[in-house]
Design a protein around this ligand. Structure first.
Ligand SMILES: [Zn+2]
Length: 413
């Protein structure tokens, strides 16, 4: 049994029984080629109203509601292929911006950010010339109290009902002898992550994750599971649960940071989880990354609840040690081939690293706010070097682990 600890199976079985997650990475929706296509969007203000109009290849069912803190309008519709010009105007009147993307395997969302309270005056989907669908969302400026009353008409029960439950049986195939590595490209779909110029963190980290998967699989030594391999949203709790259900030997979350006020800050950083952050900057980053669920309009996001008990304490302690060992390997290897941050190994309270029984690290590949880093993050040559370093660190980690287990066995003899 990998890592050779009998308590793992018991913990995984217990954990899977209580876990409730949102859209599952393994839940298959329609192929993307069958999605309706959104081709055009316009936003305009007239008097006290702001209207968002979107043209779609067909009529779809839409649902819209307002949500407070942050104040916004959420429009939910079936999975849609958004082919809207990135240059399309995004703000008008009290609407400070809007974004769109996949939310679950079968749903997409448009999230409209409000600079001032507003309510939904009209949600309409009608057929226009050529059989296209035209979606109109009309918002009207409202008093704070009126807005809050609307937002209070809870959407939560419906949202909860839509949450699929984790399968009770771990997903890892029986008899699998290769190490399982979960690669977790951050953000996705409706949550773009950091945006600098027209580059989204979600795209940078997905490209990296896919390249890493390819290289690790080519070695034949590893079984790779991705929390997402396309542009879709995956909730933080779900990412953690994928690692647990797959009984992963390692969980690697991939991100890219930004510090707009300090564009000279550069380099990659490896993070592990700790209750207390090593520094203020690490705490700021963890808080930002922990907001990913909120970016998609999930009202509540909670950390994965641990199963209490002595087995879990044992697991947590050991997991922390393994995470630290792997993180140091990563810093060594990465440091040999790419630019690192001046403090390359740090920790903070990242929710995505909260699995008590899966060694987990988070890599911030660099700062998208640094022009130099941004250029590298998009360069296939840089990516190739960094991917090779990460896979080298993985090989090292498992080789050392095996060696130490071997030494422990010798000592017993
Ligand atoms: Zn991120």
């Amino acid at each position: 049994m990998p890592r050779g600890f009998a308590w793992r199976a018991a913990i995984v079985a217990a954990a899977c029984g209580l876990a409730i997650v949102t859209s599952r990475a393994w839940a298959e929706g329609k192929p993307q080629s069958e999605y309706p296509v959104a081709t055009d969007a316009r936003i305009e203000q007239s008097g006290e109203s702001v209207r968002l109009t979107m043209t779609l290849s067909s009529i779809v069912e839409v649902d819209a509601w307002v949500q407070a803190s942050p104040d916004r309008v959420i429009v939910e519709m079936p999975s849609t292929n958004f082919q809207i010009q990135p240059s399309a105007r995004k703000a008008a009147g009290f609407v400070s911006g809007y974004r769109y993307g996949l939310f679950t395997a079968d749903k997409a969302r448009i999230i409209i950010d409000l600079a001032q309270p507003a309510t939904i005056a009209r949600t309409e989907m009608k057929t226009v010339r050529g059989g296209f669908g035209e979606l109109t969302i009309e918002l009207r400026k409202a008093a704070r109290a009126e807005f809050l009353a609307e937002a209070g008409k809870a959407k939560k029960p419906q949202e909860a009902a839509a949450l699929p439950v984790m399968p009770a049986v771990p997903s890892k195939p029986a008899g699998e002898s290769r190490r399982t590595i979960v690669i977790d490209p951050g953000h996705g779909g409706i949550d773009p992550g950091t945006l600098v110029a027209s580059i989204a963190e979600k795209s940078v980290v997905l490209a990296f994750g896919k390249a890493l998967k390819e290289q690790l699989e080519a070695s034949g030594r590893y079984r790779i599971v991705m929390t997402r391999d396309d542009d879709r949203f995956v909730a933080l709790s779900e990412r953690v649960q994928v690692g647990r259900a797959e009984q992963a030997d390692l969980f690697i979350s991939i991100h890219a940071d930004s510090l707009v006020q300090a564009q000279d800050v550069r380099g990659a950083t490896v993070y592990t989880r700790s209750e207390r952050a090593t520094d203020a900057d690490a705490a700021r980053l963890a808080a930002k990354e922990n907001e990913a669920d909120s970016a998609a309009g999930l009202e509540t996001s909670e950390e994965v609840q641990d199963v209490a008990g002595i087995l879990m304490d044992l697991a947590r302690r050991e997991t922390r040690t393994f995470s630290g060992v792997f993180a140091r390997n990563l810093v060594d290897k990465l440091g040999g081939s790419i630019k690192m941050h001046k403090i390359p190994l740090r920790s903070a309270r990242f929710w995505v690293l909260s699995a008590p029984d899966v060694p987990s690290v988070l890599i911030e590949l660099g700062y998208m706010s640094s022009p130099k880093d941004a250029e590298l993050l998009n360069s296939p040559e840089w990516r190739g070097k960094a991917v090779t370093a990460v896979s080298g660190a993985i090989d090292n980690y498992f080789a050392r682990e095996r060696a130490s287990v071997g030494r422990a066995a010798e000592n017993r003899n």
